[in-house]
Design a protein around this ligand. Structure first.
Ligand SMILES: Nc1nc2c(ncn2[C@@H]2O[C@H](COP(=O)(O)OP(=O)(O)O)[C@@H](O)[C@H]2O)c(=O)[nH]1
Ligand SMILES: [Mg+2]
Ligand SMILES: [Zn+2]
Length: 421
């Protein structure tokens, strides 16, 4: 009764006020801020006004310095909103997307207030939904991201009426030249030496044609294979991980001690390129714990985390009819294509099988995951489809189940549905 009266007397909010807005997480530096805390880059410069003269952008140069990029001498001014009267602000829904400066020049070049990089157009209108990738050195991160982005662009996007788009042209070019073309055209693995310095992150957005669905942003910081220990790497990434909406946590079967010997034995005289470092997966969990989980409520994280066993093609050497480790007809070896929704039958099969497998070969790892992560599922992928020899993949590259963990994250973040067949 009171509820009804209240409804009648309460003024309906104007259309605009119903539109949502969200805090923004910058995909470059992972700073998190209110959408009205953005700054803008002027679209023009003036010699007669110091504030609008070409100038050094210190914040941007500090960011660039972290990735060994040369500083930029002069850029147009950065304008912050405090100097702009309300009527000169430009909104899309309730999110500020532009302004008219004191010379009545309009800019829609929205920047992160911390690092001054351009923000995605979707920032603030949707949840930031950033997906981060973590894993030990040599676990297969670079190869996986290459295969994943390739499949997202060529297969998954079509299956979900979406597009997978690099955030800018530089990323597009770099991905094509340094990652995709060598692998998918020349069957050649990226050489560790090709990546000698810290690279700017590779950032891609998975955007749906249906505007009611939030895009996902995939961010990957590549580092030289031997440039950093896994622990140092995690430490550097920890700040990023904690502002992520989802995590792809990669685990290499070759780095699990109990099966490493078995696999080496089975692979015999021609083991191909096998990881020789062995950073046990649990070490990475512990590093993550130290760096960010410990600071979360109840020392546990709610960020949905896909535990992804990489190089699943290697498991061929462990398969047997009695399925001591892996059954001959295991789901792991079948590529599965999800369309329009997450196929829950397929998902439950692989999740169950991989959790059982990992519990058998590395129970300390699974226990650590159970203790520190609230939302996890298990997956197996092969970015290549076969074991490379001397950095070369023979035959065609046939990725297996590489997009499944990503699709599960879409489901977990409420962007797509899950259905039983
Ligand atoms: N058998 C097999 N080996 C892989 C696969 N992906 C990567 N590798 C191997 O793992 C090595 C390290 O991969 P990389 O992506 O550079 O690892 P990162 O250090 O985590 O970036 C590669 O050189 C390959 O030899 C895969 O799908 N199957
Ligand atoms: Mg790498
Ligand atoms: Zn930033």
């Amino acid at each position: 009764m009171f509820g009804i009266l209240k409804k009648i007397f309460e003024k309906a909010p104007p259309e605009n006020e119903k539109l949502p807005y969200y805090d923004i997480v910058c995909p470059y530096c992972f700073a998190k801020f209110h959408h009205e805390d953005v700054v803008f880059r002027a679209t023009h410069h003036r010699d007669d006004d110091e504030a609008y003269a070409l100038q050094e952008d210190e914040k941007l140069n500090i960011y660039r310095g972290k990735f060994d990029l040369a500083p930029i001498d002069e850029l147009e001014a950065v304008i912050d909103l405090s100097s702009i009267p309300e009527e000169n602000k430009i909104y899309s829904g309730r999110v500020i997307v532009g302004l008219s400066d004191k010379y009545s020049e309009v800019t829609k070049n929205r920047l992160c207030p911390e690092c001054h990089n351009d923000l995605p157009i979707t920032a603030g209108k949707y949840p930031s939904n950033i997906i981060s990738i973590v894993g030990a050195t040599a676990v297969g991160k670079s190869v996986y991201i290459t295969s994943l982005i390739h499949i997202l662009q060529h297969v998954t996007a079509n299956n979900f009426d979406a597009a997978c788009i690099p955030l800018d042209n530089g990323i597009s070019r770099r991905f094509r030249q340094e990652y995709e073309a060598p692998l998918f055209e020349n069957n050649h693995l990226l050489q560790a030496t090709a990546i000698t310095k810290r690279q700017e992150p590779l950032i891609f957005q998975f955007v749906f044609k249906d505007e009611n669905r939030s895009p996902l942003t995939l961010v990957f910081f590549d580092v030289a294979g031997d440039g950093m220990t896994s622990k140092e790497y995690i430490k550097k990434q920890a700040g990023h991980i904690k502002n992520s909406a989802g995590i792809l946590f990669l685990v290499d079967p070759m780095q699990i001690r109990t099966i490493r010997e078995k696999l080496l034995h089975q692979l015999g005289d021609n083991p191909g390129d096998i990881t020789n470092t062995a950073d046990e997966p649990r070490e990475i969990v512990l590093a993550l714990y130290d760096e960010f989980i410990a600071h979360q409520e109840n020392s546990k994280t709610d960020i949905p985390t896909a535990i992804v066993l990489t190089k699943s093609d290697l498991l061929n050497a462990l398969k047997s009819d009695d399925g001591e480790y892996i059954r001959t007809n295991s789901n792991v070896f079948n590529n599965v294509v999800h369309r329009e929704f997450l196929n829950l039958d397929e998902f439950e099969n692989i999740n169950g099988e991989m959790k059982r497998f990992l519990s058998k070969v590395d129970i300390p790892f699974v226990n650590a995951i159970d203790v520190y992560f609230r939302e996890t599922s298990y997956f197996a992928v092969s970015a290549l489809g076969s074991n490379p020899i001397e950095q070369q993949v023979s035959g065609i590259i046939s990725p297996i189940r590489v997009d499944e963990p990503f699709i599960w994250l879409l489901y977990k973040l409420g962007v797509i549905e899950g259905r039983h067949e």
